[in-house]
Ligand binder design. Structure first.
Ligand SMILES: [Zn+2]
Length: 495
């Protein structure tokens, strides 16, 4: 595998005037320009990609467990890469089981696309545009440049970390996070334009319509506005998003397409029917293994439990916890407690009062029985630095291998009012039977045909989502409330 690339590399080097070849500069195979890649050889790029690949999978939800999608993305990805300047690189295309909308590239030809992004595309050409753009980041060696600078920065921080440790300060920086850091780092505008130009080059060589890059960008922008709305909500999790990692503008993309067309690039390939057939039925949002938010309930069919939060609370499913808050910033946090931690603490009560609560002295510690499960709880009044709050903590033993933690935090003024509702939340926690768990299904994308007389409002109202239905419809279809709905057109909804 290394050999072909190696030869290409030697060939490229041989073409360069000797004086230009310095230790830190190397030629860019796609653009022919010199670039700083911090001593990184193509072999090293491959090695880095192979080392970081498992970490990327771990960080971004793992590989999407759908063979048809994996094969489809790989097929199209390899075809496009075959039209690049590095056709012999051992390209690897991975669909991530991640609900966020993003695409990444690592050195060595590792390309990632999230299932969240695939849901937004409406034809193969739109997906091809994203894959080509990522391939462009690899062939133009942007990924290698970023890797070099990220590692350089991390090495600096590690040295700092050692020094600050010696001084008794908290240590800094873990090099294991390089892959994620690299993936979430923003490209420069120049690199984006270059990746778009190369992307248009590869997709048109494969016969795809380059305008699909623009049509997909319209959806990305609609999705970005939706993210803005969700982020404005204090419950929102930290999110990653293609618009942050790939800072593009419509103008720049148009510019790249225009340039390509002026050079004779063209294509009419869309493969809409094939793509819609693939996307129809695809999981949308959280899957059963991640737990699902349904209105004021949180259900976890795989770990077999559920609970409800009071009316007025909005639930967000974050990677490490479930968080629900109301408009007064009263909060419910729900998280796992590892069996090891409970055991190490010497049981549930000690876990609650010592391991978890530490310096906060819990009052009225008592044992409860919640739907046949053992639980222990305690409360405290705390000054947060901003306000007085009442805190209640509960540890529940679902079984000997599964312990859960609730934490309720209410402003002192709201505590009495919410007392009964939060008690109901506590006692709503229960195990699901196998039959109940089986009935709980994730949301899915459905491709439907617009009927004569259909209205935007009616189609949107029919979607299964709890919130932001209109915004999602617009992001999925690039059809907003003021756009015409054409009878016979096929659109994506969530069911
Ligand atoms: Zn980009």
């Amino acid at each position: 595998m290394l050999r072909t690339n190696d030869r290409l590399w030697l060939r490229l080097l041989a073409l360069l005037p000797v004086l230009l070849v310095t230790a830190a500069c190397s030629a860019n195979p796609a653009t022919g320009e010199q670039s700083f890649t911090g001593f990184m050889s193509p072999e090293r790029e491959l090695q880095v990609g192979a080392e970081e690949h498992p970490k990327m999978l771990k960080q971004f939800g793992g590989q999407f467990d759908d063979r048809a999608w994996s094969e489809y993305v790989r097929e199209i990805g390899l075809e496009l890469a075959g039209y690049s300047e590095l056709p012999d690189l051992p390209w690897t295309f991975t669909v991530l089981d991640d609900t966020q909308v993003n695409a990444f590239a690592l050195p060595g030809g590792y390309i990632y696309i999230t299932r969240g992004l695939l849901a937004l595309a409406s034809n193969e050409a739109e997906m091809a545009g994203v894959l080509s753009h990522e391939i462009g980041h690899v062939t133009a060696r942007h990924t290698a440049q970023r890797y070099s600078s990220t590692v350089a920065a991390n090495i600096g921080l590690q040295v700092l970390g050692v020094l600050s440790d010696a001084a008794g300060l908290p240590g800094a920086q873990n090099i294991a996070g390089v892959a994620a850091e690299l993936a979430l780092k923003s490209y420069s505008r120049e690199q984006e334009l270059e990746a778009d130009m190369l992307g248009v080059r590869y997709m048109t060589r494969a016969g795809y319509d380059p305008d699909a890059m623009t049509s997909f960008f319209v959806k990305l922008r609609a999705h970005d506005r939706l993210k803005g709305l969700i982020q404005g909500d204090p419950n929102a999790a930290e999110e990653h998003n293609i618009m942050a990692t790939h800072p593009r503008t419509a103008d720049r993309i148009e510019q790249a397409i225009k340039l390509a067309k002026a050079n004779g690039a063209t294509g009419q390939r869309h493969e809409t029917a094939r793509y819609l057939k693939m996307v129809n039925g695809m999981v949308f949002g959280d899957d059963v293994g991640q737990g699902l938010v349904r209105g004021t309930s949180f259900v976890h069919p795989e770990l077999r439990f559920r609970f409800d939060v009071p009316e007025g609370f909005t639930i967000r499913n974050r990677p490490t916890m479930v968080l629900a808050t109301d408009e007064n910033n009263n909060s419910i946090k729900f998280a796992h407690a590892t069996t090891q931690d409970v055991r190490d603490a010497g049981g549930m009560e000690r876990y609650l009062t010592q391991k978890w609560s530490g310096n906060t002295s819990l009052q009225d510690v008592e044992w409860l029985e919640i739907n046949g499960m053992k639980a222990v709880t305690g409360a405290a009044s705390v000054w947060t630095g901003q306000r007085n709050v009442d805190v209640r903590r509960i540890v529940i033993e679902q079984d000997k291998d599964h312990y859960w933690r609730f934490q309720f935090v209410t402003g002192t003024d709201d505590s009495e009012r919410l007392n009964e509702a939060l008690r109901r939340t506590t006692y709503s926690f229960r195990a699901l039977s196998a039959a109940e768990a089986k009935r709980i299904q994730p949301w899915r994308i459905r491709v439907v045909t617009v009927r004569p007389g259909a209205t935007f409002a009616a189609m949107v109202a029919d979607m299964a989502l709890d919130e932001y239905k209109a915004e999602w419809f617009e992001a999925l279809n690039a059809i907003g409330p003021d756009d015409p709905l054409i009878p016979g057109a096929r659109v994506k909804v969530v069911k």
